[in-house]
Design a protein. Structure first.
Length: 656
């Protein structure tokens, strides 16, 4: 069978728009439905569907109709005729719909569906020629088809390029203005904002450039594709493209620090024994890395071997500068800090132009780096020899101190120093910095022990709550950036108040910042306590309303909100106790008596009976039927429900 014109048109649209035939078929169905509704104006509650056969170009419009008998149809037709006559007299528009548009006779319905019965709703195919569409209906169908195809094309573009985020592609420059550049990628257009361009790089129209797809966002029109040449992942993809060892997972890129157009640092490590990560990235005579440098407009690239020893890694990250010593320190407030000592002639090289080398090394390693020359560090150490813990150096090593003072005086008089004298200063600085690190670590250990001692006081759920839940001001949040959650903040406010206040003062927060933090934590605890009490009241209400059998079966769980576990030893004061406790809410129909803690009771005395007065379940009518109460059963060791029964001589007996 030869293909029909409709099928050929569908194939052409599918090939041109890169869309599956199913989406085009759905667009045509929706167009037929919209045009029919526009032409016939049926009720919105009436279902309309369409069926299309591409091979035969046949289509059917399916209309939902109600199955009725002939008498009902005749009655509807007579009423319709009366309404037409009345409309003609009043000179109003004549009703266009007829009863046959909404109902079908039972005999005709059973031809379509033999199981059809009266009052059923049946989708009935109707004879309708699209040539009968009016001008407005035809225009509506055309607009629907165009809109549906555009929507499908936009969704397909978004789905395609969303999966390609982070991919290296080649694009063609279309236009350039002050704010952005338009780049054509395959059959889509992307934009490159000014901040994503390499500074100093010039672009020309119709020029081929390599970019990375950094982000794909939905929009009211075409999907917004943002590409970049300044992103660090562009360097990662170029290395994967030029270095087969990286692509084959023999060499791993640990991290990249990049300032586009100026300099980049790449930390690499070998995943396979016998592979040189530096040689693989640089290539023979630097061929591989030079190709990347040319692609990035002569951007300098430093390839650095990654090392598990962070001190060694930091010293290599500061290359090409030579490093004398690296001293690592992890503080509770300041985070990870590295003090780097370099020779005097290497200080400017280690810092770099406008601090670029030190800044990139900090980004690459994740440590805050403080760089000092040997002479500067020695001078600062000599000035602090009278302060602890350096005050013992004068007694322990008087000769070393005297020699260091002589070398410093020689340096201050602008006389050149010998290499041996620099070595002496370096050894002295190493001794001083190591002692300072040990001294500060002792203080931090004490703080950690004090904080850990308070950990049982803070509720466990607080360690899962983010600081953003406290709604603190931005300056306070910036000061608390090294604190992970509300639980840690509670520990700091209890066991490390002075240091926390110093952090807030250093961040230039208001004087009442500590009070603001404590108030926010108190409100957090209070709200959580209200939620727990509301849950407890709901459980008790459920117990009171439950039948006796369910109460006995679930007694241990049901009694949990009322009875508390015994305390074996006295706990430290809770952070929750610092906040005023609001009155506990009471559920309607429930009256609770205060239950003393097991620790406050005499272990040999019989537990008190805890009674719950249930209005809804225990008091019915004026005479009052069986009451219900919860008591502790000594034999069973659980809380059970008791019913009160009336004695023959008057009064009530309790029966379990």
């Amino acid at each position: 069978m030869a293909k029909s014109e409709v099928s050929l048109a569908f194939n052409e649209i599918s090939e041109l728009r890169k869309l599956p035939r199913s989406q085009i078929t759905d667009a045509l169905k929706q167009a037929l439905i919209s045009a029919y509704r526009r032409d016939k104006r049926p009720s919105q509650q009436q279902k309309i569907d369409a069926d299309i056969d591409l091979n035969t170009s046949a289509y059917h419009i399916l209309v939902e109709k109600e199955v009725v008998d002939r008498e009902t149809l005749q009655l509807m037709q007579s009423r319709h005729d009366e309404m037409i006559v009345k409309a003609q007299k009043d000179k109003r528009d004549i009703l266009k719909n007829v009863p046959e548009d909404t109902v079908i006779v039972l005999e005709d319905a059973q031809v379509i569906d033999p199981n059809a019965q009266l009052d059923d709703l049946l989708m009935v195919p109707i004879e309708y020629n699209v040539r009968e569409f009016g001008r407005i209906a035809a225009q509506t169908a055309k607009q629907v088809i165009s809109q549906k195809i555009r929507d499908a094309e936009r969704n397909q573009l978004y789905d395609e390029y969303k999966t390609r985020e982070g991919e290296l592609v080649t694009g063609t420059v279309q236009s350039i203005n002050n704010n952005q550049m338009t780049v054509t990628i395959d059959r889509a257009e992307a934009i490159m904002p000014r901040k994503e361009m390499i500074p100093g790089e010039r672009y020309r129209a119709h020029e081929k450039i390599r970019v990375i797809i950094s982000e794909v966002k939905r929009s009211t029109r075409e999907p917004q594709i943002i590409v970049s040449r300044a992103h660090k992942n562009l360097l990662r993809r170029l290395l994967e493209y030029e270095v087969p060892e990286i692509y084959n997972k023999q060499v791993e890129i640990k991290n990249i620090a990049r300032e586009a157009g100026h300099r980049s640092k790449v930390a690499v490590a070998a995943l396979q024994p016998g592979v040189d990560p530096l040689g693989a990235c640089v290539g023979v005579r630097g061929a591989r890395i030079q190709n990347i440098v040319k692609e990035l407009n002569d951007e300098k690239i430093d390839v650095i071997p990654w090392d598990v020893d962070q001190a060694v890694f930091i010293s290599k990250a500061l290359s090409p500068a030579r490093v004398t010593g690296v001293y690592l320190e992890e503080d509770i407030d300041q985070g990870r800090t590295a003090l780097v000592i370099v020779p005097d002639d290497q200080l400017s090289l280690a810092i770099g132009k406008e601090g670029q080398n030190a800044r990139l090394a900090a980004k690459l390693t994740g440590w805050r780096i403080d760089i000092k020359s040997v002479t500067e560090a020695a001078m600062q150490a000599v000035m602090r020899l009278d302060e602890p813990p350096l005050d013992r150096f004068g007694q322990e090593s008087p000769e070393v101190i005297a020699e260091v003072r002589r070398v410093i005086e020689k340096k201050r008089s602008d006389r050149p120093l010998q290499p041996e004298e620099y070595i002496t200063l370096g050894r002295f600085v190493q001794m001083v910095e190591q002692r300072l690190l040990d001294f500060r670590e002792i203080g931090r250990s004490r703080r950690r022990r004090a904080i850990e001692k308070m950990r049982p006081v803070v509720p466990e759920w607080a360690f899962t709550v983010a600081l953003t839940e406290l709604n603190l001001t931005p300056p306070i949040m910036n000061a608390l950036k090294n604190i992970e959650n509300c639980g840690d903040l509670m520990l700091r406010t209890q066991a490390d108040t002075e240091k926390l206040q110093e952090v807030l003062t250093a961040a230039k927060c208001d004087d009442d910042a500590m009070d603001v933090i404590k108030d926010a934590l108190t409100d957090l605890l209070r709200n959580h306590k209200k939620q727990e009490e509301a849950a407890s009241v709901a459980e008790i209400a459920a117990i009171a309303a439950a039948p006796e059998e369910a109460l006995i079966a679930d007694a241990p769980e049901a009694a949990a909100p009322v009875l508390e576990a015994a305390d074996e030893e006295e706990a430290p004061p809770s952070f929750v106790d610092l906040a005023p406790t609001p009155a506990a809410p009471t559920a309607p129909g429930v009256r609770m008596k205060k239950v003393p803690r097991f620790a406050d009771r005499d272990p040999l005395a019989k537990p008190d009976e805890e009674e719950v007065d249930v209005n809804a379940a225990g008091k019915k009518g004026k005479k009052g039927k069986k009451g219900k109460k919860l008591v502790f059963d000594e034999d069973r060791g659980t809380v059970i429900a008791q019913h009160a029964r009336k004695r023959s001589g008057g009064g009530w007996d309790d029966e379990p």
